[in-house]
Design a protein around this ligand. Structure first.
Ligand SMILES: [Zn+2]
Ligand SMILES: [Zn+2]
Length: 334
């Protein structure tokens, strides 16, 4: 298989120019907004309806070990696809991976139904560029002060921003990915991968129970309920972890750590650590902070399938850490 791992990403100039032709950093037109509305209804609203239907369907087909196993395993592999693949490998290039691993992570991340790889990467790179300032696609901190402003900001950043938003130009934000033809070939099948993530649990449910109701139950719990749970976990990073939690490292936005959610979020809830050191493959930074995404990367490295794992130096972490008096220690490396 051709190499599908990202090549070097070099950020482009402030306004992104190609020769003498100015290139816009974001695009906004009725066609894109129609696609956004469709994606929002299919993959954000439908899982809510599907979760309600799954509970109603319990009257027809009670939940068993099979449904719980499907929910857990599909949540685990698609969640790791998002954090290890979409986020740590492709967006921030915190490590390098074998082509087969990069392709598998693209497929698993796509199954989560949170957008195609290129769009996800472009949106997330823009989030880091503009964090909590004008241009951030999902900041909870730009909707005004007071309780009303805070609540409006939380709703926007958690969920509502996806209905319609400025689309980050992938030519500007993800040039390293779109140059990689093998990766584009896998990533452009996004809708098929999402469908596979729904068909697979239905198939397993049907085979285990040897019935159509078993297939429907598998579809609900391993498909729509799993998407619903994972989505809200990931969205909570954008909303709650730019509002509440601890802030141990100096960073220019309002990112926060929420350690108690570390296992549930595959290590993503060390969000202040991540904003302070976006190039780090470890979000926990220290061994005692739970970080399942990093554990998978270490396992891949142990098997020879991942390498060049990046981590900030101890000196840099010490210089960036906010001491009790509220000011970062002076850098010892300058
Ligand atoms: Zn953030
Ligand atoms: Zn990030």
């Amino acid at each position: 298989m051709a190499d599908v791992q990202p090549t070097t990403y070099i950020p482009e100039p402030e306004f992104g120019t190609s020769g003498s032709t100015p290139r816009k950093k974001t695009i906004s037109n009725p066609y894109l907004h129609r696609l956004q509305r469709r994606h929002f209804l299919l993959f954000d609203v439908l899982p809510i309806v599907g979760t309600a239907a799954a509970f109603a369907f319990l009257a027809v087909h009670p939940i068993g070990v099979t449904e719980l196993a499907l929910l857990f395993s599909m949540w685990l592999v698609t969640g790791l696809g998002v954090t290890v693949g979409y986020h740590r490998l492709f967006t921030h290039r915190t490590f390098k991976a074998a082509p087969s691993v990069a392709a598998a992570l693209t497929i698993l991340g796509s199954m989560a139904g949170q957008g195609g790889l290129m769009s996800w990467v472009a949106l997330h790179r823009r989030h880091h560029e503009c964090s909590d300032r004008e241009g951030d696609p999902h900041s909870p901190n730009l909707a005004g002060s007071g309780l009303k402003g805070r609540l409006r900001g939380l709703a926007h950043s958690h969920f509502l921003w996806m209905r319609r938003h400025e689309y980050p130009n992938i030519v500007h934000y993800a040039p390293d990915l779109i140059k990689n033809r093998a990766l584009v070939r896998v990533a452009r099948l996004y809708y098929y991968w999402v469908a596979l993530g729904l068909v697979l649990p239905a198939l397993i449910g049907g085979l285990v129970y040897q019935s159509w109701t078993g297939a429907v139950s598998g579809f609900f719990w391993g498909g729509l309920v799993r998407i619903f749970v994972l989505e809200h976990v990931i969205w909570a990073i954008n909303s709650f972890l730019h509002t509440f939690g601890t802030h141990p490292y100096e960073s220019r936005e309002n990112s926060r750590n929420g350690g108690i959610f570390a296992l549930l979020t595959f290590g993503e809830s060390w969000h202040n650590n991540h904003h302070a050191f976006p190039e780090s493959s470890s979000f926990g930074l220290d061994w005692y902070r739970l970080d399942p995404g990093y554990w998978l990367i270490k396992l891949l490295a142990f098997c020879g399938l991942a390498w060049d794992l990046k981590r900030p130096s101890e000196e840099r972490m010490k210089a960036t850490r906010i001491p009790r008096n509220g000011k970062p220690a002076p850098s010892t490396t300058a």
